[in-house]
Write a protein that binds this ligand. Structure first.
Ligand code: NDP
Length: 244
């Protein structure tokens, strides 16, 4: 299946590392103009070195005002990937207010804010668009030490549904991908220990974690016209984990 994003303008958050970085590069390869947003400048520098057509924006998305200012001048966006997130793992009884606020600020509030900015432009131009929120299998399945992370991703799933409902009439589709573990920097935080990794892979019918490209391919599908009638879905990229 050939997917082309020629003539489209994409914005990817959390594009410095992992899934976001690979998504930004894949979108550029498919012909899109890409704006990459993240908070570590060195990551943006190396990304632009790798793909000089990518436009870098350096901002901490948990800062509402700074985000508004930084995204003011990026111009029209047709495709948005809300990917930035953090995963601070703690037993439920040890969760602190700071950790709770930081996780919700990045994983939920920033996704809502960036989508508002982008979708307002899409609505005003009347050209429609496609938004993909990067959620997780953790939105639908309890994982030990993941109380706050699971809660942020469950909130993101419901945000995806309401956005699909309200933005659909403007021909703006909103969907999510819900991956299982991917061994990025974030994935390594929770799953580097072989014993722990085995406890997870043994619950995945395909018996393995997802690769970054598995997630990127699903994001590209949901962004593209190949999924033109798909709106408000959570697409598992989990080897069957959530089916069991
Ligand atoms: P990484 O930690 O590898 O990359 C996350 C990126 O987001 C980094 O570039 C990071 O920048 C950026 N980011 C984080 N916080 C902010 C912020 N406040 N402002 C701007 N940028 C920020 O994560 P992954 O690639 O693994 O994860 C990508 C998405 O996939 C996330 O939504 C995650 O929840 C989801 N996911 C990941 C899974 C996994 O096992 N890896 C499984 C299921 C879902 P910096 O490094 O500078 O903080």
């Amino acid at each position: 299946m050939e997917i082309s994003f020629r003539g489209k303008r994409a914005l990817v958050t959390g594009a410095g590392k992992g899934i976001g970085r690979a998504t930004a590069l894949a979108l550029a390869r498919c012909g899109s103009e890409v704006t990459a947003v993240t908070r570590t400048k060195a990551d943006l520098d190396s990304l632009v070195q790798e793909c000089p057509s990518i436009k870098p924006v350096c901002v901490d998305l948990s800062d509402w005002d700074a985000t508004k200012e930084a995204l003011n001048n990026v111009g029209p966006v047709d495709l948005l990937v809300n990917n930035a997130a953090c995963a601070k793992l703690q037993p439920f009884l040890d969760v602190t207010p700071d950790q709770f606020d930081m996780s919700f600020n990045i994983n939920v509030k920033a996704a809502l804010h960036v989508a508002q900015i982008v979708a307002r432009g899409m609505k005003a131009r009347g050209t429609g668009g496609s938004i993909v929120n990067v959620s997780s299998q953790a939105s639908q399945c309890a994982l030990k030490d993941h109380a706050v992370y699971c809660a942020t991703k469950a909130a993101l799933d419901m945000l995806t549904r309401v956005m699909a409902l309200e933005l659909g009439p403007h021909q703006i589709r909103v969907n999510s991908v819900n991956p299982t573990v991917v061994m990025t920097e974030m994935g390594k935080i929770g799953w580097s220990d072989p014993e722990k990794a085995r406890s997870m892979t043994s619950r995945i019918p395909l018996g393995k974690f997802a690769e970054v490209e598995d997630v990127v391919n699903s994001i590209l599908f949901l962004l593209s016209d190949k999924s033109a009638m798909t709106n408000g879905v959570m697409l598992p990229v989990d080897g069957g984990f959530l089916a069991c």
